[in-house]
Write a protein that binds this ligand. Structure first.
Ligand code: ADP
Ligand code: TZD
Ligand code: MG
Length: 569
């Protein structure tokens, strides 16, 4: 047999991995190159998958995760063995916690050596290390199993509550060869990986019966609802029933924040007073005070729409579970309204309106102030004015005060346009989320970052510049974690625990990589710089000088921080 005939008849692991991903609609890979995946990445790029090379695997992993959330299809992160893999694990665990579909693919060392702990290059039992943090973890040991391995990873990431899947590729399977025809036949294009999961009629009837007799009903929209893309049906359901709604952070925009039924500016009141609450893709975790007093009425009753039956009763009794996919469940509830009409009582709506008006007055006074040095309200007020004129922009946000004040001030008009720290409150999502939003949505991105938060992924502004992405990073620089005036009580002159450099000029970092840098000290300058940067559709960074004394310790989470509570006494 001539050499060309041999080549024509054989394929290898490199080609089969790339072909399996392509066959399943994967169009991007986010990663960091090295042994043993560099050539795999090169081949993927050659065969038409866009490869985005990062500076750190955690950011590449966050990019893959949020791509999964935005696309309803797993994002792919690819890393080298042991340390690269572990860097990716933060993102994989965060994806699993938040319900984002992603697949972390890592090359790994020789099993025979790893299992006898003989000290291979970057030795680690990666699959078992991944298991506690992943929704599923698989290893492909034979080249002929690549098709099945990729199919299983995709199904595991997407099905039920989505999550992070780890896929281990031992280096030896990549150059391994097999018959090309058999190889092609071994690949699987997944069919119907997210079948509709229809709730029982009895569950829908029970839920509507409870809701119909509510005196103070409330709907809470979570990121599960955003993910499920129910914007059309939920709007019809809410407008038909007149029930007030509250969006969780990443559900902002599923219904426009400016919708008259939004109870966001009466949040504490509606949580404390609601008698029947409908949870739509939101968990009763710490972000909702576990559904318990004092935040909630002790005798409130709950309807919960979720894909995961185990979520029901996790924190308190759920009177009416509606287990199914949210799109199907909301559709059934909507259809059920003709037989069981539901209308929120007018006195409940009126009392919420009165409360909202009062809070709006207080906020207007806060927003009218133009202090120099800037505080968070004045600076984020300027950001919100620009966002109002750019509803197409994606907002990424992390930090503490920056995150909390921004969440309240920046109204979202469109679904899935706010991407933030999610269930864990994790710092470090910023640049990865921003890059994937820009790549997958072809829209401008504004990353609103605390100065500490930015530091976790800041080096990725080089990545943003290298790919020339339309990302504007706005850094609320108050010189620290929460605030910039922490005191070192030892008196030895070293910086305090939460202190960072208030004089730092992050804008110059951006300039170093070829992007546009702005340094501003007033809300007017911030607003005009941001307008210019967003319109340019080019990499930009605005360093916003914020008063080092104005942040609150732990942002809005003071009660979770015993020291801060003590200090406040
Ligand atoms: P938030 O932080 O916005 O409150 P969570 O992440 O706590 O949201 O909750 C999202 C919930 O949505 C999870 O319990 C998850 O199981 C559920 N979920 C995610 N996708 C779907 C879907 N397509 N259909 C039904 N439920 C879903
Ligand atoms: N490490 C990680 C991975 N996640 C975290 N949430 C933290 C540390 C602790 N942390 C917070 O919870 S917020 C925050 C840290 C370090 C940064 C807050 O400072 P900032 O924001 O500059 O980003 P503000 O505007 O100054 O409050
Ligand atoms: Mg700060």
């Amino acid at each position: 047999m001539s050499e060309t005939q041999t080549d024509a008849a054989l394929t290898d692991g490199f080609n089969l991995v790339v072909d399996a991903l392509k066959l399943n609609g994967i169009t991007e890979i986010y990663g960091v190159a090295g042994i043993p995946v560099t050539d795999l990445m090169r081949l993927a790029q050659e065969k038409g998958i866009h490869y985005f090379g990062f500076r750190h695997e955690t950011s590449a992993g966050h990019a893959a995760a949020i791509s999964g959330y935005l696309r309803q299809w797993p994002g792919i992160c690819m890393t080298v063995s042991a340390p690269g893999f572990l860097n990716g694990m933060v993102a994989l665990a965060n994806a699993t916690t938040n319900g984002f579909p992603m697949i972390l693919i890592s090359g790994s060392s020789d099993r025979a050596i790893v299992d006898l702990q003989q000290g291979d290059y970057e030795e680690l039992d990666q699959m078992n290390a991944a298991k506690p943090f992943a929704k599923a973890a698989y290893r492909i040991e034979r080249v002929e199993d690549i098709g099945i391995g990729v199919a299983r990873a995709i199904r595991a990431a997407l099905s039920g509550r989505p999550g992070g899947v780890y896929l281990d590729l031992p280096a030896a399977i990549l150059p391994a060869v097999m018959d090309a025809g058999k190889g092609a036949a071994s690949l699987i294009q997944v069919v119907d990986p997210v079948p509709a999961s229809i709730p029982a009629d009895s569950a829908v009837t029970r839920a509507l019966a409870l809701l119909a007799q509510a005196k103070r009903p409330l709907v809470i929209l979570g990121k599960g609802a955003s993910y499920a893309r129910i914007e059309t049906d939920i709007r019809q359901f809410l407008e038909t029933t007149a029930i007030p709604f509250l969006p969780m952070s990443m559900a902002k925009g599923l219904m426009p924040d400016t919708h008259p039924q939004s109870a966001a500016t009466a949040r504490s009141k509606v949580l404390a007073e609601a008698d029947v609450v409908v949870l739509v893709g939101a968990r009763l975790n710490w972000l909702l005070g576990h559904g318990k007093p004092p935040q909630w009425a002790a005798d409130g009753q709950f309807i919960q729409l979720d894909i995961d039956p185990v979520e029901i009763d996790s924190n308190r009794k759920i009177e009416a579970p509606v287990v199914g996919d949210i799109a199907s469940s909301v559709r059934r509830l909507l259809q059920g309204l003709s037989a069981t009409p539901v209308k929120a009582p007018q006195d409940w709506i009126d009392s919420i309106e009165a409360h909202k008006a009062e809070n709006a007055k207080k906020m207007a006074a806060r927003l009218a102030a133009r202090p120099v040095p800037l505080n968070f309200f004045a600076a984020l007020g300027a950001v919100s004015r620009v966002v109002q004129d750019h509803p197409e922009a994606y907002i990424v946000s992390e930090g503490a005060n920056t995150l909390d004040v921004g969440r309240n001030l920046i109204d979202m008009a469109l679904p899935r346009h706010r991407l933030d720290v999610g269930t864990w409150g994790v710092m470090g999502i910023g640049m990865g989320f921003a890059i994937a939003a820009a790549v997958t949505q072809q829209a401008p991105v504004i990353a609103v970052e605390g100065d500490s938060a930015f530091g976790f992924s800041g080096m990725e502004i080089e990545t943003i510049c290298r790919y020339n992405l339309p990302v504007t990073v706005v850094i609320m620089n108050n010189g620290g974690i929460y605030r910039g005036d922490d005191v070192n009580r030892s008196g030895d002159g070293e910086p305090g625990v939460t202190t960072l450099s208030a004089a730092a000029r992050y804008d110059r970092m951006m300039e170093a990589f070829g992007g546009k840098g702005y340094a501003v000290t007033t809300s007017e300058d911030l607003e005009s710089a941001l307008r210019e940067a967003v319109a340019s559709r080019k990499p930009a960074l605005i360093n916003v000088a914020i008063d080092i004394h104005v942040g609150t310790e732990s942002g809005h989470l003071k009660k979770l921080n015993p020291g801060a509570a003590q200090a406040a006494k």
